[in-house]
Design a protein around this ligand. Structure first.
Ligand code: NAD
Length: 338
């Protein structure tokens, strides 16, 4: 008897999005797990067709399927529409952003053996979009930190550490300056930490954490951060393992999960078959983890490692000349071979 397919909302997005999304669909299909993809435009691409970067049918599709795979979407700087990502995370209450950072074979970087996890709060902080002009020449951006969201993200991080045998959680903050907001975040982390005696809990100031990550990333295990610090530290940690082309991510809520890479729409290389699809392919492996399809997830990760270790098929960002589609074919071939 054939299995019922997993219904997934597929968001190609902007720039290199459609290319890396097609590559990921190719690899996930090669696992043999049945998927049915419901394609929905978002971002700048959707504005032309629907007059909005976040059409209501996209939200309906994700709410129905409870699962989405997303390419990056463009956000204009300092003007124009609000970020589709911020809106999606808020509207679907995707409160936890999970970003594992791992060294991969054959990828030139400053360190070997990096194995970190970034857990970022995804719904509040300075990303609440509360900005206004007080008087001309003076603007105010409001940072919102709540007990509810801080407790929820802390619990997510500790549950993750417990489930994945992680030893230590570092809560990253600037509570020496933002005593009330970051102070509340730390209070919530401390309360939750008491329930998980087997996980070491420590705290570190965000600026010093950035320096220590560059000096000695092995010192950390799971990093637990508010939204803005998490955004910045995610890109920093991606840099430790060879750049944005290697950094996968998951946005997880109580009922919905959305998988996307850390990188953006890379307009400079869009439409040229130059994008590295590995970050989104590894995000696809996180989706397989989420579905409990452990064997398929392991096959995808093994195939990525094998293609990278072989070194003959690499995209330009990794020093090679292979195109997005060639990498996808090479990885899909290894997934099929098991
Ligand atoms: P970016 O991540 O798009 O690009 C930064 C640099 O990294 C560029 O040189 C790009 O070519 C390179 N790069 C990124 N991904 C790559 C890949 N897979 N393979 C090879 N090279 C890659 O960041 P940006 O230029 O700051 O942002 C561009 C647009 O993307 C903006 O509109 C921004 O708002 C948006 N953005 C979207 C998301 C998202 O949808 N999740 C995340 C970040 C940025």
């Amino acid at each position: 008897m054939s299995r019922a397919p997993y219904m997934v909302t597929l968001i190609p997005g902007d720039g290199i999005g459609p290319e890396v999304v097609a590559a990921t669909v190719r690899v996930l299909t090669a696992t043999g797990i049945p998927f049915e993809w419901e394609t929905q435009p978002a971002g700048a691409t959707a504005i032309g067709e629907f007059g909005t970067p976040l059409p209501p049918q996209l939200l309906e599709s994700i709410r129905r399927n409870k699962l989405a795979l997303k390419g990056p979407t463009e956000t204009p700087v300092a003007t124009g529409h609000r970020s589709v990502n911020v809106e999606l995370r808020k509207q679907l209450d995707l409160y936890a952003n999970l970003r594992p950072v791992e060294s991969l074979p054959g990828v030139k970087s400053r360190y070997e053996g990096v194995d970190l996890v970034v857990v970022r709060e995804n719904t509040e902080d300075l990303y609440s979009g509360l900005e206004h002009v007080v008087v001309p020449g003076v603007v105010e951006s409001i940072k919102i930190i709540t007990e509810k969201a801080s407790t929820r993200i802390a619990r997510f991080a500790f549950d993750y550490a417990r489930a994945h045998s992680r030893k230590k959680i570092t809560a990253v903050h600037k509570a020496n300056i933002m005593k009330l907001s970051d102070g509340l975040f730390l209070d919530c982390c401390r309360k939750i930490a008491k329930e998980y005696a087997e996980v070491v809990y420590e705290e570190a100031i965000v600026d010093s954490t950035c320096m220590q990550l560059v000096l000695d990333p092995d010192r950390f295990d799971v990093l637990l951060l508010e939204n803005l610090y998490g955004d910045i530290v995610s890109d920093l940690t991606a840099g430790l393992v060879g750049g944005l082309g290697m950094a996968p991510g998951a946005n997880i809520g109580l009922s919905v999960a959305l998988f996307e890479a850390v990188h953006g729409s890379a307009p400079d290389i869009a439409g040229k078959n130059l994008a590295n699809p590995i970050a989104l392919i590894l995000s696809g492996a996180l989706m397989l983890d989420h579905l409990g399809e452990q064997d398929a997830a392991t096959r995808v990760r093994r195939a990525v490692r094998a293609v990278l270790a072989d070194g003959r098929k690499l995209t330009r960002d990794l020093g090679g000349t292979a195109g997005t589609t060639e990498i996808a074919e090479a990885i899909a071939g290894k997934v099929q071979a098991g």
